[in-house]
Write a protein that binds this ligand. Structure first.
Ligand SMILES: Cc1cc2nc3c(=O)[nH]c(=O)nc-3n(C[C@H](O)[C@H](O)[C@H](O)COP(=O)(O)OP(=O)(O)OC[C@H]3O[C@@H](n4cnc5c(N)ncnc54)[C@H](O)[C@@H]3O)c2cc1C
Length: 414
C-alpha cells in the first residue's frame, strides 16, 4: 500500500460513504469538499431510502405526460427556457430511453444498487452512535382513487420486477392509516420494509465526524485541476494548494460534470433541479413517509419539521432557485393536508445529477487511478452507501458481486 492518500472529492452521500468504506479497508483517505459536508443535493432531499425507485422517470408514458405537464401550471415539471437549447442533446438522449425496452434495461441496472439500500445504510452505521439516523418505516404511495392507482399499473409492473408488491388501502381506511390526509385521498399503495433518514444533512455531517474520529482527514478545498504522471493520477490542485494522491474519487454530484471537463471528458450530466419546503412546528405529522403521486413529491416527518420535497425543473446548475416550483409545492401540500398549521416555512433547491439513462457512473477511468461515483439522479441518498462499498472493492482489486458493466464510467466517451 502506498503512503500517498486517496482523495475523495465531494462530501455528499456518495463521497462520505466512499471515504468510510475506503478507510475501513485500511487506506489513508482525505475527504475534500468546497463547502461543509452534506450541503449539496444530499442536504435537502426527501430523505427516503427509495429501494422501490427502480422505474425511471423515462417510462414509455413520458411521451404523453411531458408535453401535458410542461404547459400545466399545476404539474410538477418546469423548464428554465433560456437553458433549453444547451440541454437539447441530453434531452434527446434522455427521451430515447422512454420505451418499454429502455425502461426494462434501466430497471435491471437499478435493482442491484437499490434493492438492499436500508441494509447498506445500516451496515455503514452499524455499531456507531449514527444508527439512530437510519429509520425503518413503511412507505405509502398516495392516490386520489383506486382508478388512479390502476392507471399507474406500468410503474407497479416495473416495481414487481424488484419483488415489490403493495398492500392496497381504500376508502375511509386511508384516513385511519394516515389521519393527516385529506379525505379526498381514497387510495394508498403501501410498501412494508422501507426506510428513511430523519435529517439527511445532519446524518452526513455526523458521518464525516465519525470518519475524522477514526483517523480520516476532511479538508475544505475546491478541487481545480488534475495532474497525471503518464496515464496515472499524481496530484491535484485546489484553492488550498496542491495535494499528492495515489487515487482520486470524483463523487461531486452535479459538479462532477465540471470536474470531468478538466479531464477533457464530456459526460452528459444535467441537473433535474428539485425543491423542498419545511413546515416548521407542524400541528400534525404523517405516521410514515409518503409519496404524493399526483404532485410528485415526497413527504417525510423529519426532526426539523415536515419536509415536502420534489418537482423537477430542467435547467442550469449554476442558476439560482425559481419561485414557481416552491409555490406549487406549498399549494399541493395545502391540498393534501388541509388542516396542517405551522409556525413558518423554509425553502431549498438542489441539483439531482442525472444521466440520460438514469444510471450512475461507477468505476475507474481507464487505468488512471481516477475513480468516479456520480450521476445518481433521484436516488443518490439511497444508493450512496453501496456506491462507496463498490468503489472501495474496485480500488482494493476485488471483483464486486454485481455486474459493473451498466455503470461503466466511459460508456459515453468514444
Ligand atoms: C428535491 C429532491 C429530493 C430528493 N429525494 C431523494 C430521496 O428521497 N431519496 C434519494 O435517494 N435521493 C433523493 N434525491 C436525490 C439525491 O439527493 C441525490 O442523488 C444525491 O444527494 C447525490 O449525492 P452526491 O453525493 O452524488 O452529490 P451531492 O450531495 O450534491 O454532493 C456533491 C458534493 O461535491 C462538492 N463539490 C462539488 N464540486 C467540488 C469541487 N470542485 N471541489 C470540492 N468539492 C466539490 C459539493 O460541494 C457537494 O458537497 C433528491 C434530490 C432532490 C433535489
Amino acid at each position: 500500500m502506498t503512503n500517498k492518500p486517496i482523495i475523495v472529492i465531494g462530501a455528499g452521500m456518495c463521497g462520505v460513504s466512499t471515504a468510510i468504506w475506503l478507510q475501513r479497508s485500511g487506506f489513508k483517505v482525505i475527504l475534500m469538499d468546497k463547502g461543509a459536508p452534506g450541503m449539496g443535493a444530499s442536504y435537502g432531499n426527501s430523505g427516503l431510502l427509495a429501494q422501490w425507485a427502480v422505474d425511471p422517470v423515462t417510462s414509455p408514458n413520458l411521451w404523453w405526460d411531458a408535453p401535458k405537464h410542461v404547459f400545466n401550471r399545476n404539474a410538477p415539471l418546469f423548464i428554465k427556457w433560456p437553458y433549453l437549447p444547451k440541454m437539447l442533446p441530453w434531452l434527446y438522449s434522455f427521451m430515447s430511453h422512454a420505451s418499454d425496452a429502455g425502461t426494462h434495461r434501466i430497471v435491471r441496472n437499478l435493482i442491484p444498487i437499490l434493492s438492499d439500500a436500508v441494509e447498506q445504510h445500516k451496515s455503514l452505521v452499524s455499531g456507531t452512535p449514527l444508527e439512530k439516523w437510519v429509520l425503518d418505516s413503511k412507505l405509502s404511495f398516495v392516490y386520489t382513487s383506486e382508478a388512479a392507482f390502476k392507471k399507474d399499473a406500468y410503474s407497479w409492473k416495473m416495481k414487481a420486477l424488484a419483488g415489490l408488491k403493495p398492500t392496497i388501502i381504500t376508502g375511509c381506511a386511508v384516513q385511519e392509516e394516515e389521519p393527516i390526509l385529506n379525505p379526498e385521498m381514497k387510495c394508498l399503495a403501501v410498501l412494508e420494509g422501507q426506510g428513511h433518514i430523519a435529517n439527511p444533512g445532519q446524518y452526513i455531517a455526523e458521518l464525516t465526524k465519525y470518519f475524522v474520529g477514526n483517523g480520516g482527514q476532511f479538508i475544505q478545498a475546491e478541487v481545480q485541476e488534475f495532474h497525471k504522471c503518464g496515464n496515472r493520477i499524481s496530484y491535484i490542485d485546489t484553492d488550498q494548494g496542491a495535494f499528492e494522491c495515489s487515487h482520486v474519487v470524483i463523487t461531486a454530484g452535479i459538479w462532477s460534470k465540471d470536474l470531468m471537463k478538466k479531464l477533457e471528458l464530456k459526460v452528459p450530466l444535467e441537473a433535474e433541479r428539485g425543491y423542498h419546503v419545511i413546515f416548521e412546528n407542524p400541528t400534525e405529522m404523517p405516521r410514515n413517509p409518503m409519496l404524493m403521486i399526483e404532485g410528485k413529491f415526497g413527504v417525510n416527518p423529519m426532526d426539523m419539521g415536515l419536509r415536502c420535497a420534489g418537482t423537477v425543473e430542467l435547467g442550469d446548475h449554476h442558476a439560482g432557485p425559481s419561485e414557481a416550483p416552491i409555490k406549487l409545492l406549498k399549494r399541493h401540500t395545502k391540498e393534501v393536508f388541509p388542516n396542517l398549521k405551522y409556525s413558518n416555512t423554509k425553502e431549498w433547491m438542489g441539483f439531482r445529477p442525472s444521466t440520460p439513462d438514469s444510471t450512475p457512473l461507477i468505476g475507474e477511468l481507464e487505468k488512471s487511478g481516477i475513480f468516479v461515483g456520480f450521476g445518481h439522479q433521484h436516488v443518490g441518498l439511497t444508493a450512496g452507501p453501496v456506491t462507496g462499498r463498490l468503489i472501495a472493492q474496485l480500488i482494493n482489486g476485488h471483483v464486486p458481486n454485481i455486474d459493473m458493466t451498466p455503470y461503466k464510467p466511459d460508456r459515453y466517451t468514444v
